[in-house]
Structure formats: structure tokens, C-alpha cells
Design a protein. Sequence first.
Length: 195
Amino acid sequence: MTVMRSRLSDKVLPSISEAKVPAYDRSRIAPGIVHLGIGAFHRAHQAVYVDDCLAAGDTGWGIIGASLRSPATRDALEPQNGLYTLAVRGQEQEQLRVVLLDTKHRILGARTVYQGSVNQAQVRIGEIYRDAVRQNATAIVAVHNHPSGDPTPSLADIDMTKKIIQAGEKLGVLVHDHLIIGKKDHVSFRSLQLI
């Protein structure tokens, strides 16, 4: 499993073994859409659909993102050549991913630390922090899915999160959140005040 050693970009994309890379030459894409607002919904839904069209050979649908409010998202994506990561739900097995954050909560990398069964993902806590320590991450976000579609935390999820927090405190790594992804919704342990 690969951890990003630098910011996501065209240069580092081929070295990320877990990444689904564009199946087309991005330099040959012609603009066809001007999208006002390139926020999370657009990147998670509309841009994914357009990416599928581009991969099918219809290269006239490149997206030019514009914002009427703030250039913050555009400015954040610019050094990454417009690339971003996307967590996918609907897996048949539970997967536990860890997103590594720096002191300003910028993403240093993400890694799948465990793929479990249909209803559980048991993992050694040390695996969660291995890359965080190597990358000098100051915070992490744990993310896992529930193949059942119901993102309600189980007692095992809550217990595991407590152990992750305790280990993080000993290592000086903050657990910023733990997200559970369901079929139609997600749950944030922070919003539930479980962190």
C-alpha cells in the first residue's frame, strides 16, 4: 500500500498503486462545461460522471470550474493539477482508511489499512498509526464503510474509536474524526460528540 510522500499531482499520480487514475490523456481534453461552484458535491458526483464520459472516449467534456464566492477550492486544487481523492461507498466488505493530516489539517496522504468481512473490520491499532508516524502527521481521520448501508456506529465501532484515540494521545496524533460511510448517508463521530 502506498502513502503519498508529497502533494497529489500529475507527477506523483503514477506512483500511487491504489489510485484509480484517469483512463485517458488529460492533456487532450477540450473544455465543454463551465461549472459554477466546484465544491464537494460537484467533485463527488458530477465530476465523477463526467470522468466516466471522458474515459469512454468523449473528450469534449472537460470542466472549467468557477466560483462566485471564493477561489479557495480552485486555489487548493491548482497545485494538484485539479486532482483530488474520493472515498467510494458500496464496497462489499468493510474497509478502514486513514487520512493523514498536517498541522494545518491539509491532507498528507491516505491509506487503506484493513479490508475486513461483510460486517467487520478488525485491525491492529498500530497499523492505523504506522504511516502517520512515518509522515509526521499531527492528526488523522479514520474512514470506514458499512456494506449494510446503515452508517450507525456499532458498539465495536465505538470501542475501536476509543482505542484509536487513546493510542493517538500517546503518540501525539489527534484523531480529528471517524467517519462511517453508508449507502445514502454518513456519520461523523465528531458530530455525534463521540470524539
